[in-house]
Design a protein around this ligand. Structure first.
Ligand SMILES: NC(=O)c1ccc[n+]([C@@H]2O[C@H](COP(=O)([O-])OP(=O)(O)OC[C@H]3O[C@@H](n4cnc5c(N)ncnc54)[C@H](OP(=O)(O)O)[C@@H]3O)[C@@H](O)[C@H]2O)c1
Length: 251
């Protein structure tokens, strides 16, 4: 990378939570943040918070379930910046309230797959041509320990007791995308990794961000730490992994 080359980083679902913290920290390290938000008003507020902190940030309206929004976002990035270094597929949701696998409606599961899996694939496919135009590039997929088949099937793991089949399977599917993309894009120097942020005090799953942090829950800084580390080191050629702050997770 040329010393003066600006690092362009797109983060989906970055108007709050782990995505916003990631945007803040990578921006403070000098990256130019393209802040993805499906809601323009929330996105503009988030961009203002970042620019007030001295971060270079622009809003990219991006609903990962809306093909037109994804195309417009890719066209805008192409027209205004011509390339992309880092794509952080952070947007995610859960709504399955731990119903039993034998009872949960597939409509609920489909909503989770639409955002967490199909949205991630559509966004990535639109951005890969822009990533290929950079001298180095990375894709980071926000997965979850809940999506680990290894942990879910291990009687010694606390995830053995968890049933949240829509969210779990959508994140396991994300991990498969990571594996396949990492192999496909290796020849272009694009790394692709899954990261588990860990149980983090955000509004995720409808939790009120004003409610007290439950013991064991991480601050948002800890939740963003692994993504920030991976995204901020162009020389780190790690690819095809599933990690968290503490190390490697079973797929
Ligand atoms: N928090 C945890 O404990 C935890 C644990 C493991 C994994 N994760 C993963 O970490 C990621 C970030 O979660 P978080 O805790 O920061 O959650 P969050 O605070 O709820 O933030 C989620 C973000 O995703 C956005 N989003 C939802 N649907 C979208 C769509 N269709 N298009 C674009 N953006 C959309 C939300 O936008 P709006 O503001 O418009 O709603 C929000 O900006 C997720 O992928 C989640 O699965 C979180």
């Amino acid at each position: 990378m040329a010393d003066n080359e600006e690092v362009l980083t797109l983060i989906t679902g970055a108007d709050k939570g782990v995505g916003f913290e990631t945007a803040k920290e990578l921006g403070q390290k000098g990256q130019h943040i393209l802040l993805g938000s499906r809601n323009i008003e929330r996105g503009e507020k988030a961009v203002k918070k970042l620019t007030d902190l001295g971060v270079k940030a622009d809003l990219i309206q991006l609903d990962v379930t809306d093909q037109e929004s994804i195309k417009k976002a890719a066209d805008k990035i192409q027209a205004e910046y011509g390339r992309l270094n880092v794509l952080i597929n952070n947007a995610g949701m859960t709504n399955d309230a731990h119903q039993k696998a034998s009872e949960i409606s597939t409509a609920t599961i489909r909503e989770e797959f639409d955002v967490n899996f199909f949205g991630l694939i559509d966004t990535t496919q639109a951005m890969v041509p822009l990533l290929k135009k950079s001298t180095w590039a990375k894709i980071i997929n926000l997965s979850s320990n809940m999506g680990s088949l290894g942990l879910a099937s291990d009687p010694q793991s606390r995830f053995y007791q968890v049933s949240s089949v829509g969210y779990q399977s959508s994140k396991a599917a994300v991990n498969f995308v990571t594996i396949d993309l990492s192999k496909e894009l290796k020849e272009f120097g694009i790394t692709v990794n899954s990261v588990n942020p860990g149980w983090t005090a955000t509004g995720f799953g409808g939790r009120s961000i004003d409610s007290p942090k439950i013991p064991g829950m991480q601050d948002v800084e800890e939740g963003a730490a692994r993504v920030v580390k991976l995204a901020s080191d162009p020389d780190d050629k790690t690819t095809g992994t599933f990690t968290e702050n503490e190390g490697t997770l079973p797929w």
